[in-house]
Design a binder for this molecule. Structure first.
Ligand code: KIV
Length: 263
């Protein structure tokens, strides 16, 4: 596999080829994930839950993210590496610039931020200065205390309209990718077809351009019970086989299925 770039992902969207993202936090798994054929690796702030044992991503610091981004790069993955800006590290454009710089210097090729319209100016400023941005809409876990839990978003016409409007605005601001988390499958498919940038879904049905799962969830190592979580280790002998089973299922359209979707 050649080094994956944003051009690769844009071409895949244009040609209707699904791509895959898996979270990683260290060198060993980043190598295994890259070898399994996942085009992108997300150094997710989910590390607060799956590595640090917190009940949300809120305690994660920028130093944690920079450290794990460096670890992931140590696996020398051919996949494109995206790193999350954690809670309250991008609440102003200047703060975002400093913290995104730290992640890019740790080796990330793109940073991810949760939010829509309010981030437009920040996204434009980062992109103008050479930092590609992946936005994240729907169930944005850093706002769990606003949502009152990890709840499906976009089920009412008003919420659905707002998510679509936010998606268009962040694309216009210069975002290169968008993650849509836990929204109805029809809404995610509609947004993916309306945007030029590739859309990565998690709990967002089969109509997005790509799928992401937290590695511990797809390997059956977590106690996550969300309906989109599937244990890809079932029937597999090795971790490498489990990772490959997820990659193959996304690319063949076998995941996500109806039972993994919200309506
Ligand atoms: O932190 C993370 O792992 C994420 C994914 C759930 C998309 O943001």
């Amino acid at each position: 596999m050649r080094k994956i770039t944003l051009s690769t992902l844009n071409k895949m969207k244009a040609e209707g080829d699904k791509f895959v993202c898996i979270t990683a936090y260290d060198a060993t798994f980043s190598r295994l994930i890259s070898d399994a054929g996942a085009e992108t690796i997300l150094v997710g702030d989910s590390l607060g839950m799956v590595l640090q044992g917190h009940d949300s991503t809120i305690p994660v610091s920028i130093d944690d993210m920079a450290y794990h981004t460096q670890c992931v790069l140590g696996g020398n993955p051919q996949s494109l590496v995206i790193a999350d800006l954690p809670f309250m590290t991008y609440s102003t454009a200047d703060q975002a610039m400093d913290n995104a710089t730290a992640l890019m210097q740790a080796g990330a090729q793109m940073v991810k931020m949760e939010g829509g319209t309010w981030l437009s100016d920040t996204i434009s400023r980062l992109v103008e200065r050479g930092i590609p941005v992946c936005a994240h809409l729907g169930l944005t876990p850093q706002s769990v205390n606003i949502f009152g839990g990890f709840k499906v978003q976009g089920r009412t016409p008003k919420e659905a309209k707002s998510i679509l409007a936010n998606a268009v605005e962040i694309q216009d601001a210069g975002a290169s990718l968008l993650v849509l988390e836990c929204i109805p499958a029809e809404l995610a498919a509609d947004i993916s077809s309306k945007l030029d940038i590739p859309v990565i879904g998690i709990g967002a049905g089969p109509g997005t351009d790509a799928q992401v799962l937290v590695m511990h969830d797809l390997l059956g190592l977590s106690n996550a019970r969300a309906r989109f979580v599937h244990n890809f280790m079932e029937g597999q002998a090795t971790i490498q086989d489990g990772l490959k089973a997820f990659v193959d299922a996304v690319k063949s359209g076998d995941y996500p299925r109806e039972e993994h979707c919200y309506r």
